[in-house]
Design a protein around this ligand. Sequence first.
Ligand code: AMP
Length: 697
Amino acid sequence: MAPSNTVQDSVQKASLSDPEKFWDKHAKELYWHKPYSAVLRRQTKKLKDGTTHPHWSWFPDGEISTTYNCIDRHVKAGNGDKVALIWDSPVSKSKEKYTYSQMLEEVELLAGVLREEGVKKGDVVLVYMPMIPAAIFGMLAAARLGAIHAVVFGGFAANSLAQRIEAAKPKVILTASCAIEGAKGPLDYRPFVEGAIEQSSFKPSKTIIWQRENKRWDPVNKSEGQRNWQRLIKSARMRGLRAEAVPVKSTDGLYIIYTSGTTGLPKGVLREAGGHAVGLNLNIKYLFDVKGPGDVIFTGSDIGWVVGHSYIVYAPLLAGATTVLYEGKPIGTPDAGAFWRMVDEHKVTSLFTAPTALRAIRKEDPEDKFFKQYGEKGQLRHWRGLFLAGERSEPSIVTHYQDLLKQYAAPDARVIDHWWSSESGSPMTGLALRPAIGLDHNSQETHTALAIKPGSAGKPMPGFDVRIVDDDGNEVEQGKMGNIVLAMPLAPTGFTTLFNDEARFYKGYLKRFNGKWLDTGDAGMLDQDGYLHVMSRSDDIINVAAHRFSTGAIEQAITSHSSVAEACVVGVPDAMKGHLPFAFVIPSASTPDGLPATPSKEFFTGINNIVRTQIGSIASLGGIIQGKGMIPKTRSGKTLRRVLRELVENAAENNFDKEVNVPATVEDKEVVEVARQKVREWFEERKKQQGTEKAKL
Ligand code: AMP
């Protein structure tokens, strides 16, 4: 179907056959405080136990400042009056705009403040913030000093925040007095932050608080290292305090992002400064067609996720374009037209969101009234691309929005599903929106783009060598399902290690295939045309509304309930959120036998509240089945989550008796039948309850 001689195919080939030449050309678009002498260095690393594995470094002896490249470079080039950031916050009824010059001023001041508060090159600054401009200034100010930021999603509860404080050991925490969540009103951050610091054995020396009028942090306890952000800035402004950009080595960390691991503990993915800047500067232009002033990208994600780091903050600014920061939801703030209003009002050219947001919008507005309301007045004609990632996009969502774009957006506007992760830092597959010939982004001449295939996440992106292998690491034929792995080195935005944990990097990503491939944890296939189809994640991680959760971490939360002996969490399909965590719970030994599969409301709420407090409300459970002797294990004691997941998936389709794939290593096959019974009982009970609810209406 798709010929393999398109510009995307030849770009891909060039990036893999001569990576040094390819990336050197793109690295030269940035400012290096100290130019590199080598583009790529390949090495072998040795762990304490003697195991060796491949390691690589991009631009190893170069020195760079990401903040300088994101802001100062554009101001120096005469683009200081171009808009860098638009903040649109329906929840606080505010809108603000910052030009590159204004942003420079804010970031220089804040960096000066942080330096006075003791932050130095290499220190960690933790950012726990709502979606306000100060959060972005905080990230850029930390990077300006050569410090490493660790942004923690502002929806995480104290426990999850404490784990990340413990692991990152931040010198300073940047936070705010509250977040604002639509109709729910302000969410007080103080108990989360103070609670987390109390729980953590590591104590940051300072907590700097952005005061929001909706709910102030009062009083600010100076003796505990708490400081009022705005006051510090005011004083710095009066004194003319400024901090110049401090370059770091290309391989030094720019940030740590915590992601779910297969054990309960989050993994700190370390992003290296040089490769990140070079890779993002290329793919924002190549894939997203955001090339500079006049191009506006609105990424409906959160700065706490990698998508937010890359496409709300760094990539648009590296390109010198405008980024839109949105504090609101796809629906309810105030309605399901919010995204389309933003496209119209801020002249958005590229919109990036997760399919879960589109599902929510469609549920509220099945006839696309809002979309058409803007579209029919011709107010969406500047819009060129709708980018989807974070989870699988079902073909129907792609075709539906492709049809709408065709009618109302720019003539060649497309819906582009692309696949990536915290580890990759940028898309590993996708379709270049309007690839410029020879990747000369200043050229107006563009090349025919590859056709989209709904259900596929496109073809590999520069520098990512994507392969499909069987469980022994052998490549499978095109069109066959298998494990999605990457050949090394990864593209420059990709991670090369975990923060302070090389052994876990090896164990989590390389050990499975003896260091030959890097395991992405995803499964899928490359079809005959070389398009990737991502089908599922390995069992220990589930994807809820494009957020990655470790089943282990949720199980740990559940088992902290006093009447729970054991728990097994699986992801079950959900029409809105893609997946929901669903728990099999074994009550403690003292509980009588013969309990019904559906627990009491109190028991469910008790456990669900623990999950909400320890993990966060987005991990709320879709259901609990209680019972004994229903969690199948292998002989070596590994929980067979997949078996339980299959049972639930089959039941959701009314297929209670369908054969499930039980491995030969199962310890007791009978346990699977007990689980099957329990699942049936639970679903039948739910059906009954839904029937009664309907009858009541
Ligand atoms: P995170 O590191 O939190 O960004 O999650 C990355 C994971 O999200 C990937 O490993 C996939 O499992 C999933 N993911 C991201 N983008 C896609 C996509 N376009 N299609 C299917 N799954 C995706």
